[in-house]
Design a binder for this molecule. Sequence first.
Ligand code: NAD
Length: 396
Amino acid sequence: MSKDLGVGVISLGWMGRLHTRGYKQVAERYPELDVRLRLVSAADPVQRNLDDATRSLGFERATADYRELLADPEVDVVSICGPNYLHQEMALAAVQAGKPFWIEKPMGVSAAQSKEITQAAEAAGLVTASGFNYRHTPAVEHARDLIRGGRLGRITNVRCWLIADYASSPQGPLTWRYSKELAGSGVFGDLLSHGFDLAQYLVGRIASVSAMSGTFIPERPKALEQGIGHAAVAVTQETYPVENEDYGAVLARFDSGVLGTFETSRVAVGPRAEYVIEVYGTQGSVRWNYEYMNHLDVLIAADNAHHHGYTRVMADATHGDFGRFQPGPGQGMSFDDQKTIEAKLFLESVLTGEQLAPSAADAWAAAECDEAAVASAADGAWHDVPTVPGRTTYDR
Ligand SMILES: NC(=O)c1ccc[n+]([C@@H]2O[C@H](COP(=O)([O-])OP(=O)(O)OC[C@H]3O[C@@H](n4cnc5c(N)ncnc54)[C@H](O)[C@@H]3O)[C@@H](O)[C@H]2O)c1
């Protein structure tokens, strides 16, 4: 495949702008990929975003109609960064146009939509990428190496929580995220899908779940304008119902017999983006917190006979792709850098035909976990998580 690729980005909200920055960084961070990118087209119905596309983001053209972008012969690869309810139609249209896509999570509003998107892309022989950026953190890759290398012994259990405050104000606008029709589940799909993916990436497939959930801010004012991500915007005086969960707690059993606990909230007052995963084994454990994303706390009993507690490993060039971003140990990496790694994996998948990036099938696998958790929270029973037969990468 030609290494001259034209990029199209559908939707220029928070994620569309982050994907755009990711693409821009790839050639500099990964020169050996020898990819030459052109930001050809962006699509968004909001005029301000169209203006930004050509004025400051670097796109050659912009359109309000994403189908026009997909029909553009100069667009070779596509990012799909719209609200969840548009993912299915956008992804199926990208498949129809024969364009590989990098899509955000949760993919669609249900596991059924995730399945349809995955199967359409795979039937068309297209590589994909999905937005599970936390996997790419060098400290997380180091944790995976330790786990896979047997340094923690036999893995016994996982603790994971994704606790955020982005919706903690009752004045926070009722955007698409709070609607079952437009978002699907609430914080399960929005945040916990990352936790399910991380846990599966580190220790393998989740087999069954039991969950409870709650909606702690049952009504919110409506947004009067389209903002970016969770940004505050002008709101109505009246309030309207929130339709999906603000909080959830999940017990999980993995195929391997590993046990897990998960907790997630979008309305916590205190933690900002406290995304933590801890993996325990018979010979040690690791603990990672996104708020300190370049640290990994490690205790390996064999290296620490007196059990003096965790050693804080600060990421350096021996961990994951850290060296692509900073030549010196202990420097900071960021959310943007995670997305640059994801952009590189997507483009490398396109160039080689090998599925290297987290795939649509991985997003489907996480969606099956989300949906089983939602079902369990509704009926109180344990729910099996169906196996996904697609090209998952978490288990490589
Ligand atoms: N990977 C992550 O960590 C992460 C973080 C935030 C959001 N997300 C996901 O990214 C997706 C987008 O979230 P966001 O925070 O960027 O949302 P956002 O609300 O900031 O942006 C959504 C954009 O979609 C545009 N849009 C609406 N209708 C459209 C249409 N018909 N055609 C084209 N564009 C249209 C809006 O104008 C807006 O610019 C969601 O699936 C979300 O769950 C992932």
